[in-house]
Design a protein around this ligand. Structure first.
Ligand code: NDP
Length: 278
């Protein structure tokens, strides 16, 4: 009997994950025969869950909060973008059974901005809010687009300064606190803090936004996030959330596993329709 390739997302909690819906859509659309499930894996069970998954036809995994840094430590090999991110959101089980860790978050964000929303990163003045795992994952792909400058502002200033230093060889990057942003404005502001998840907003000075600015919250929700609401009130030209990034990072993972690129537009439209009805 032919076995069906098995894929899954590990996370904790995982019940609200959209990844099974997204990957099943991709599989149907591209005629790929596979299964994709969501598995609740607390960090202390990661090793056991991974071994069990691999022993039962597991061909590839996504890892989400709080497992990305843990997955990073368990890989046999890493892609360059995963090595820079120090986090793995996609695991590829190679033909010899070894595990290749990748990070598709940054490319997912850049693809959403550039292809889906026609945002130009080249020569732009870009601000990232936050200096956690998501911020680390997006810096490399953003710098590859050759922006004019990149500021990273964080509540814990030392973390922003450390990140800026770590990526200094990729271009002009300044790490700072939120207060240091007073008097500056940016073409693109990316909220990579987790503040929106608790309906909060980082303490941002006025005048960060100009009339052509694009504001993008990596978080997404069924209704406008606190940051998207703030961006609208500031008069930003584009006020976006991370739904497109979610689909694009998944598409890149799917490509790494199956060497076929799904049509993301259809899936983004389906998720947009789903969230309108709550
Ligand atoms: P981390 O926990 O690694 O980092 C959280 C960051 O948010 C830190 O910089 C922290 O600052 C900051 N922060 C938290 N609360 C506040 C607050 N109230 N005010 C100001 N700063 C705050 O989280 P991640 O980096 O993994 O995730 C960040 C966001 O990105 C989440 O919303 C997540 O959902 C989203 N994301 C979206 C993806 C997508 O596909 N759309 C993919 C990956 C992430 P400090 O250092 O001072 O604690």
């Amino acid at each position: 009997m032919m076995s069906i390739d098995r894929y899954a997302v590990f996370g904790h909690p995982i019940n609200h994950s959209q990844s099974p819906f997204i990957h099943r859509c991709f599989a149907k659309q591209t005629g790929q025969t596979l299964t994709y499930e969501a598995i609740d894996v607390p960090p202390e069970n990661f090793d056991r869950a991974l071994a069990d998954f691999l022993a039962h036809k597991g061909r590839g995994l996504n890892c989400t909060v709080p497992l990305k840094e843990l997955a990073f430590q368990k890989m046999d090999q890493l892609t360059e973008r995963a090595r820079f991110s120090k986090a793995v959101n996609t695991i590829i089980v190679q033909l010899d059974g070894t595990l290749l860790g990748d990070n598709t978050d940054g490319v997912g964000l850049v693809t959403d901005l550039v292809n889906n929303h026609q945002v130009t990163l080249h020569n732009a003045r870009i601000l990232i809010l936050g200096a956690g795992g998501a911020a680390r994952g997006i810096i490399g792909p953003i710098m590859a687009q050759l922006p004019a400058s990149l500021y990273i502002a964080n509540r814990t200033v030392s973390k922003a300064e450390k990140l800026a230093l770590e990526f200094a060889q990729t271009g002009s990057i300044i790490g700072c606190g939120f207060d240091d942003l007073a008097g500056f404005s940016f073409d693109i502001i990316l909220n990579a803090t987790s503040a929106s998840l608790s309906n909060q907003l980082p303490p941002l000075p006025d005048d960060l936004v100009h009339s052509a600015s694009c504001c993008y919250d990596l978080a997404y929700a069924n209704t406008a996030t606190a940051f998207v609401k703030w961006a609208k009130a500031q008069g930003a030209a584009q006020c976006l959330d991370g739904l497109g990034m979610l689909v694009e990072q998944a598409a890149e993972a799917f490509y790494q596993w199956r060497q076929i690129r799904p049509d993301t537009q259809k899936v983004i439209a389906q998720l947009e329709a789903k969230r309108k009805i709550g």
